[in-house]
Design a protein around this ligand. Structure first.
Ligand code: PGA
Length: 258
């Protein structure tokens, strides 16, 4: 796994944005797997800047988000569709019909939505680059510890730990969903390339386990050790539990020299 340790969250966003900008330049009709959460917000701002400067266009790009809360009214301000509209979709030239989230709000069963989501990803040629955050508990998407490492898109129950971590985003007394549709670990592993971001000391244990822990559903992100093309872009705070972080820094500096 390629590990890029940056000084701070701003550098993490710049590094990650450059990887995605270069992909869009190389393959204007690429298929991006996207993530929500606090971590990628600055990255999305930089992608919007790159679009505004005329550096890239999203007109042929398709996107598939990792997850969406179950049974959200379309347009709800807590939905991940709303988050993506706010931070990216409404600010670039992406075609709405090329943006996908596993939305399940009553008309179809979770199983049907999941099946169609997987089929649509295949129909578009698979995901070229999947962007990921990581939970403090090692989840990727909403694949909580204990998720099958071969799982596909499906409905998941969120853990108390995840609900607690996300409660900061809900007002006092506001309904916080406890179920979500999420791409499976197997769906994520099918992406041609994975870009995982982490910032802050609260992510350091999960990052340490992802990189050098045993491959186990106790830390779903650890399965990324089996993926041939993963880049982890993290800040120094998130690197403190990597036993040999010096080695990763040396390896990255050699890579840049060669
Ligand atoms: P965060 O969430 O970016 O808000 O920390 C990441 C995740 O839970 O996957």
């Amino acid at each position: 796994m390629r590990v890029i340790i940056n000084e701070d969250a701003t550098r993490v966003a710049i590094e990650a944005a450059n990887l995605i900008i270069n992909l869009i330049k190389r393959k204007p009709n690429c298929v991006l797997g996207l993530a929500t959460g606090s971590t990628p917000i600055e990255l999305y701002r930089l992608l919007v800047d790159a679009f505004s400067n005329g550096e890239i266009s999203f007109s042929s790009v398709s996107t598939f988000n990792l997850d969406e809360y179950y049974d959200m009214t379309p347009g709800h301000h807590q939905s991940y569709r709303y988050f993506m509209d706010q931070h990216l979709f409404s600010k670039v030239d992406i075609k709405p019909e090329n943006t996908f989230l596993p939305e399940c709000s009553g008309k179809q069963s979770a199983e049907e939505v999941a099946k169609q989501y997987e089929m649509e990803i295949k129909r578009r040629g698979g995901i070229d680059l999947q962007l990921l955050g990581i939970g403090e508990n090692g989840h990727i998407g909403f694949n909580e510890p204990g998720s099958s490492l071969a799982s596909r898109t499906r409905l998941k129950t969120l853990t108390p730990n995840t609900l607690e971590a996300n409660s900061r985003l809900f007002e006092d007394g506001e309904f916080q969903p406890t179920l979500a549709m999420t791409m499976g670990v197997g769906t994520i592993m099918d992406a041609k390339q994975v870009l995982i971001l982490a910032t802050g000391t609260n992510k350091s244990e999960a990052i340490g386990n992802m990189l050098l822990g045993s491959i186990t559903s106790a830390c779903p992100a650890s399965i990324l050790q089996m993926h041939p093309h993963v880049t982890a872009v993290i800040d120094r705070d998130a690197s403190i539990d990597i036993e040999n972080s010096d080695y990763f820094e040396l390896s990255e500096s050699n890579r840049r020299k060669l």
